[in-house]
Design a binder for this molecule. Sequence first.
Ligand code: BES
Ligand code: MN
Ligand code: MN
Length: 468
Amino acid sequence: MSSPKDYIHQHKDRFIQELIDLLKIPSISADSAFAKATHQTAQAVADQLKMAGCDTVEICETPGYPIVYADKIIDKNLPTVLVYGHYDVQPPDPLDLWESGPFEPVIKKTDLHPDGAIFARGACDDKGQMYMHVKAMEYMTQNDALPCNVKFMIEGEEEVGSANLAWYVERNQDKLANDVILISDTGMIAKDIPSITTGLRGLSYVEVEVTGPNRDLHSGLYGGAVANPINVLSKMIASLHDENNHITIPGFYDKVVNLSQNERQKMAEAPFDLEAYKKALDVDAVFGEAGYTTNERNAIRPTLDVNGIWGGYTGEGAKTVIASKAYAKISMRLVPNQDWEDITQLFKSHFEHIAPDGVKVKVTPHHGGQGYVTPIDSVGYRAAEKAYEQTFGKTPIPQRSGGSIPIVSLFEKELKSKTILMGFGLDSDAIHSPNEHFGIWNYLKGIETIPYFYSYFTSMHKDEVDLP
Ligand code: BES
Ligand code: MN
Ligand code: MN
């Protein structure tokens, strides 16, 4: 029986090659042109789970992309860990900004990754991080080191809102019953500063359409005499923030829970270098809501951002035209207690209300989800903390993240269990951006740390249960 470290050392090249093979399949859930590849990816994940020692492996069809379910139940009296991850990826565009093909993984050394990083769409979000769990499972089954029951649920629609997963979870509560949910789909502060994500933001995503005249018009003949939808939309969007960068939608902040001075103080103790942050993004100043620090702005405060805006003529040269329509896609990141459906409704009413005469406004909600916060005194959190102490030699810092994994709050509601977010990515991994990558060191460190979580969780869970 070898230690995780020794086993990884022996099998490292294969672990990297297998991930590269998985990254070659373009499982872009948002684009139906990639449907075949996305289905193939589900099959590849299922095959690997079988090889890693799972007894049951199923590809569960849904109206969308399938959910890969696998388990190994060794003893009904032992606790069960449910691992969640996703095999779908974001679209890779803009393609011309990639230094190598998004689905032609290459290993390159960078300043932060002297051991090399794998560059490919999905390398970190989430194929690489999901696959750490498959390899940790292989380690445990090959070395007689699996201390409890395991279930895997790997979906293919996370990047498009997990609608079918919600449907599946609601209908399979017994099958998915567990004592803790384990996810690696977030990040950590730095390679030498391990952290555990204790919060995620919620999300409301909407699309707006502003219609002016019934057709595109000559901007000389009509300019100045009818409302220009693009001008109007720009003005409406600009009005959604005031001079302090507070969001102006009435009721938007009503349910926001303000952190105590003590909690804010604790947050501020996490290492953060503002100059390095600005330098990494090539910006000469940060920006945001008055009265809050950068880390507060991107984790504990709600936001509203335009994700895309279009209309009129954007081709080569100039065309003198007043467009009939203008559009924008807008995301609102929410904090725990803000209900995403309420916020979507507040946005819709407000946006319709501020539309001036001469245009019609249509607001179409896309997907959304609730935020999440988890306590740091649960058995799961403490087991994760000990696992990091074991492999990093340091106590991890609890950290709330600004990103969203909407399904986590649904897990708590439907399956009544806490989620532990053991992320091994770095902010600089460029997830959702061109040149996404995942450090090989991070990948292997994840595989090494996960088995310790299982063993600490199993023994601590038992202690907890044994209490009189
Ligand atoms: N893995 C990310 C979320 C994430 C990344 C959380 C880093 C914390 C740190 C996930 O795949 C994602 O991209 N989620 C989307 C929401 C989803 C509904 C499309 C997001 O946050 O934009
Ligand atoms: Mn993800
Ligand atoms: Mn993502």
